[in-house]
Design a protein around this ligand. Structure first.
Ligand SMILES: *Cc1c(COP(=O)(O)O)cnc(C)c1O
Length: 497
């Protein structure tokens, strides 16, 4: 029983149970009490290759799984799926380093975790003696759904249904999803916006639970959301890899501190950096970069979290978020007080805001530094990174880069900085092209070609020739029909293997 709810220390689970359940029954997130208690030998992994580092980090965080099991899962998850054997290469860009997390099968950083989560779920299902098939439900504004489908496709014991807003995703994202292969994969557009799709999914979970709609169906629902510890743990690995890369290149000596700048939405990616730090990796500051939706910037400055504010649609859409769910885990790990976390989360639900005690605020601010960057500055940053360093950054990466430069100016005693790069520039070609000071054509695919011709940066294979691929998914439904859609798919046999 290594995991407990962030809202109640007495609600415990094994790692496998936590992975299968996602959320704890009281609505909290599953967390260890203390990662420093793992006594992880961080120095010993610095000379290892990526998968060995991953095996060591992940068996420490998810102790139900043996090294042999973990190794088998890692091979199934990653072999031949990424552009480089390193999976997440670190490259020098000016005086900073960029940790490229987008070299996976859908060119989004979520691939790193969503390749591994299905393997963890499959084994957790066996370990817990669950015979039900697991159907994953996800609402997506574009990136998560594609990466989740690519991860779950053809994984025995699982199926996945992805809902996305009809006409609400980019042409590239639409093509990526409509052409998805796999015997256990369903994709469906919903007439409405992303919130409608997401609310629809939440309502389905609630209805199924309350009315016991899947009783005796041999199927249970689950989610691939980043609150699942099985999605968070695989992200810890690349902090170790980036650190090892800086040691190898001679930029730092073993033991020197490194600061990491992270484009942040749901607070999962940056929390993984905090995990690495707690496991002993010499991490200095974690720089939390937001776009115009700067709830976290304000929280880190004031200790008050307040979602009552306008919601902006920006050029870095994966960070357009007002409630960063994984922050709850940080509050628990830093306060060790489930009752406090439960109280703050209840306030958030009722009033949309909460304020942490001053001592906790100070403790957080000693490690986390917050900054934000609007669309205009994002475009400027894309242009400047390319002009000064010849590096083509996507919009999310540009936000982190901009905030990292502000941080360095504000904190002259900073350490070498690693900027996490979360998407290929080709996933947001129009904004990137405009950042280079060019006027974009109407057709997104044509802009990709323009960008490639002008910069010589190759288009990732999975984004090439998308228009020629066979369209396999055409379902469009009303939001009221999402539940019956799910119940229909649950009954089908095609996805049950
Ligand atoms: C999901 C995502 C983020 C935000 O990561 P969190 O773990 O939610 O903070 C940033 N950039 C891109 C491209 C993403 O897809």
């Amino acid at each position: 029983m290594d995991y407990r709810s962030t809202r109640n220390e007495n609600l415990r689970a094994t790692a496998a149970e936590a992975i299968l359940q996602g959320l704890a029954p009281d609505g909290g997130l599953y967390s260890m009490d203390s990662l420093s208690g793992l006594n992880f030998d961080w120095r010993s992994v610095l000379d290892c290759d990526t998968l060995t580092t991953a095996r060591e980090v992940l068996t420490a965080l998810l102790p139900d799984f043996s090294r042999e099991e973990m190794e088998a899962m890692l091979h199934d998850a990653y072999d031949g799926k990424f552009e480089t054997e390193e999976l997440t290469p670190t490259v020098a860009v000016g005086e900073d380093a960029v940790l490229e997390l987008f070299r996976g099968p859908t060119s989004a950083f979520k691939d790193v975790a969503l390749r591994m989560l299905p393997q963890l779920m499959r084994r957790a299902r066996e370990k817990c003696g669950v015979e039900d098939q697991i159907m994953i439900l996800t609402a997506t504004s574009g990136d998560t759904g594609k990466a989740a489908m690519e991860g779950f496709r053809d994984v025995p014991g699982t199926g996945i249904i992805v809902f996305y807003p009809h006409g609400g995703v980019s042409a590239v994202q639409q093509a990526q999803m409509a052409t998805q292969e796999g015997y256990n994969v369903y994709v469906c557009a919903v007439e409405g916006n992303f919130d409608d799709a997401q609310t629809g999914v939440k309502n389905i979970f609630a209805a199924v639970e309350e009315q016991n709609l899947l009783a005796n169906s041999g199927v249970r629902l689950s989610s691939a959301n980043s609150i699942n510890i099985g999605r968070l743990a695989p992200q810890v690995v690349y902090y170790f890899r980036a650190y090892a890369a800086l040691v190898k290149s001679g930029k730092i000596a073993v033991g020197d501190k490194v600061d990491f700048a992270v484009p942040t939405g749901n607070f999962g990616d940056i929390l993984a950096g905090f995990f690495a730090r707690e496991m002993g990796l010499p991490v200095g500051r974690l720089i939390c970069a937001s776009n115009a939706n700067n709830v976290l910037t304000d929280f880190l400055a004031t200790g008050r979290y307040d979602r009552n504010r306008p919601f902006y649609k920006t050029v870095s859409p994966s960070m357009d978020i007002l409630v960063s769910s994984n922050l709850e885990r940080l509050l628990f790990l830093m306060s060790g007080d489930g009752a406090l976390v439960a109280k703050l989360m209840a306030e958030l639900k009722e009033t949309g805001a909460y304020e942490v005690p001053a001592a906790l605020k100070e403790k957080i601010a000693a490690i986390f530094w917050g900054g934000c960057c609007d669309d205009e500055k994002t475009a400027e940053a894309i242009g400047k990174i390319y002009a000064d360093h010849g590096y083509l950054a996507d919009t999310h990466t540009a936000v982190a880069w901009h905030v990292a430069q502000e941080y360095k100016a504000a904190c002259p005693d900073h350490n070498p900085v690693v900027i996490l790069s979360t998407a290929s520039p080709y996933k947001f070609p129009v904004a990137v092209w405009e950042g280079l000071g060019k006027a974009a054509q109407e057709d997104e695919f044509a802009v990709m070609d323009d960008l490639c011709r002008a910069t010589g940066v190759p288009i990732p294979k999975n984004l090439q020739g998308l228009q020629q691929k066979e369209v396999r998914h055409r379902d469009v439904i009303k939001k009221e029909d999402m539940l019956s859609y799910v119940l229909g798919k649950v009954k089908e046999d095609a996805w049950k293997k």
